[in-house]
Design a protein around this ligand. Structure first.
Ligand SMILES: Nc1ncnc2c1ncn2[C@@H]1O[C@H](COP(=O)(O)OP(=O)(O)OP(=O)(O)O)[C@@H](O)[C@H]1O
Ligand SMILES: [Mg+2]
Length: 419
C-alpha cells in the first residue's frame, strides 16, 4: 500500500461528503483504517446521481474538502471519487490470451486477456470505468477465481465491463480536479458500498446489495468473492418524498420532514387514529393527516422499487445465485419497515448494512455508521484494498485527447482481479 492517507468524495443526489482516513497496520501486519475527519453538505446541482451544474457542484465539493481538511488537520491532494447515475451501463465480455507453456499463467497474460475483453465496441460517447474479472478459464478448466501460475495454453476471462457517458464522467471529474485534487480512481458507487457493508461470507456465497439513496438505487451482485453484476436504477428516496408531497399537496421540504418523522413502510403497524400536522399549499396552511395514510403512500412506492429490484434479480439470471439474500443500505434503508417489506416481496433474507458493523474501522463516528455513508466509507476501503486487487491499464487514448483535464486523473484505468 503506497498511500498512508486516503480521501473519498461521494457526490450523492442529496448530500456531498468527503472522508479522510489513515492506513493503519495492526500487530499481525493486517491493514486497517482510522478515520481522521469528514465533512458533509447538502447537494446542489446533482440530479439522479449525475452532475447537472458544474459550478454549483464544484463549490459544494470545495466546501466538503475544506471541512474535511480542517477536521483531519491535513491537506488533501488526491481522492477516490464515487460515480453513479443512469448513464452507467454494464456488459459482460470475454477476452483471450495465449499462455507461455514454460511459465504458466502470468500477470501479463491476465492483463492481456482483460485488455482483450475491454475491447468491446462502445459508442464514441462512452468510456470504460471498470473491467472486472468475474471468472477465468484455463484450457478446459472453468470457473477459476485465481489462475496465476496455472499451466496451460489458453487463458480466457469472463469480464464485467462498466462504462459511462464521457460527458457525465468528465463533468464529475472536472468538479474535483478544479480544486487541484488528483483523482485516484473513479469508483462505481455500489462497488464502494459493497466494501463497507458486506461480510466476506456473503460475498463468497452470493449476495445482492441495494444502496437505496435519494436519487438512485444502486444494485450489485457478488459471488465467489467477486463482483458479478451491477445496475444503477433511476429511482430513490426522493420519489417517496415526491409522492407524499403530491398526496398531501405540500412542499417537498414538508413532505421530506413528514417522511423522516412519521414514515413507516408497514402502515398496519401505525395506529389507525394517529394524526399529524403538516403545512400544505393553499389558504389552509396547517392541516392534519392520518399517519397511516402517509405510510400507505410510502409503502406503495417502496413496493414498486422492490418489484423493480426483484425483476432485475430475475432478469439478470442471478436469482438462484444469492443465497445470502439482500443487504439494503443507503439513507433510505433506514425507514422503519424497509427490511420487513423487502423480505415479504423478495422472499429472501434481508438485512440493513451499516459501515463499521463487520469491518472494524477506528474512530468511525456515529454519523458515519449510518447506512447513508456506505459509499463514502466504502470508497476509503476500496482504496485500502487497492493493491490486493488492481492491475493498471493505460487510460484510453480518446479520453486523454478529448479531455486534457483528465490526464491528471493519474493516467490509469483499473481492472480488478477477484480476492
Ligand atoms: N430515517 C429515514 N427514513 C426514511 N428515509 C430516510 C431516512 N434517512 C434518510 N432517508 C432518505 O435517504 C435518502 C438519502 O440517502 P443517501 O444519503 O444514501 O443518498 P445520496 O447518496 O445523497 O443519493 P444517491 O446515492 O441516490 O445519489 C433521502 O431520500 C432521505 O429522505
Ligand atoms: Mg449515495
Amino acid at each position: 500500500m503506497s498511500k498512508e492517507i486516503l480521501a473519498a468524495i461521494d457526490v450523492g443526489t442529496t448530500k456531498i461528503c468527503c472522508v479522510v482516513g489513515a492506513v493503519v497496520h495492526d500487530s499481525l501486519g493486517q491493514l486497517g483504517l482510522r478515520i481522521l475527519g469528514s465533512s458533509v453538505t447538502p447537494s446542489r446541482g446533482i440530479r439522479r446521481g449525475v452532475v447537472m451544474d458544474v459550478p454549483e457542484v464544484t463549490t459544494a465539493i470545495g466546501q466538503v474538502l475544506e471541512g474535511a481538511e480542517k477536521a483531519a488537520g491535513l491537506r488533501i491532494t488526491s481522492a477516490y471519487v464515487g460515480i453513479a447515475g443512469s448513464h452507467i451501463t454494464t456488459t459482460n465480455s470475454a477476452g483471450i490470451s495465449p499462455i507461455d507453456s514454460r511459465h504458466g499463467v502470468t500477470g501479463a497474460d491476465m492483463q492481456r486477456a482483460l485488455e482483450a475483453a475491454q475491447a468491446v465496441s462502445l459508442p464514441a460517447s462512452r468510456e470504460v470505468i471498470h473491467v472486472i474479472a468475474r471468472r477465468w478459464k484455463v484450457d478446459e478448466h472453468t470457473d477459476i477465481q485465481q489462475p496465476l501460475g496455472m499451466s496451460g495454453h489458453r487463458l480466457e476471462v469472463d469480464a464485467h465491463i462498466v462504462s459511462g457517458t464521457t460527458s457525465a464522467i468528465n463533468n464529475l471529474a472536472q468538479c474535483v480536479l478544479e480544486h487541484g485534487i488528483d483523482i485516484d480512481e473513479l469508483v462505481l458507487e455500489p462497488l464502494a458500498s459493497g466494501e463497507a457493508v458486506l461480510t466476506p461470507e456473503e460475498r463468497y456465497m452470493g449476495v445482492a446489495m441495494a444502496d437505496w439513496g435519494g436519487g438512485t438505487t444502486d444494485l450489485a451482485f457478488f459471488r465467489g468473492n467477486g463482483l458479478w453484476h451491477t445496475e444503477v436504477l433511476d429511482v430513490g428516496g426522493n420519489h417517496l418524498t415526491n409522492d407524499v408531497a403530491l398526496g398531501l399537496r405540500a412542499p417537498f421540504e414538508v413532505a421530506e420532514e413528514m417522511k423522516l418523522r412519521y414514515g413507516h413502510l408497514q402502515p398496519e403497524r401505525v395506529a389507525e387514529d394517529e394524526e399529524v400536522w403538516a403545512t400544505v399549499f393553499g389558504d389552509r396552511p396547517e392541516r392534519t393527516f392520518s399517519r397511516r395514510f402517509i405510510s400507505q403512500i410510502l409503502e406503495a412506492r417502496a413496493e414498486e422499487i422492490c418489484e423493480i429490484i426483484q425483476e432485475r434479480i430475475t432478469s439478470s439470471g442471478y436469482g438462484q445465485m444469492v443465497p445470502a439474500g439482500l443487504v439494503l443500505t443507503g439513507g433510505s434503508s433506514q425507514i422503519p419497515g424497509a427490511v420487513e417489506l423487502s423480505r415479504r416481496l423478495l422472499g429472501m433474507p434481508v438485512r440493513v448494512g451499516r459501515p463499521g458493523e463487520h469491518t472494524p474501522i477506528q474512530q468511525l463516528s456515529r454519523e458515519l455508521q449510518s447506512p447513508a455513508f456506505a459509499t463514502s466509507v466504502g470508497l476509503l476501503l476500496w482504496g485500502l484494498h487497492e493493491d490486493a486487487r488492481a492491475i493498471h491499464f493505460p487510460m484510453q487514448k480518446t479520453l486523454r485527447e478529448e479531455s486534457p483535464m483528465l490526464v491528471r486523473l493519474g493516467g490509469w484505468l483499473r481492472s480488478l482481479l477477484p480476492g
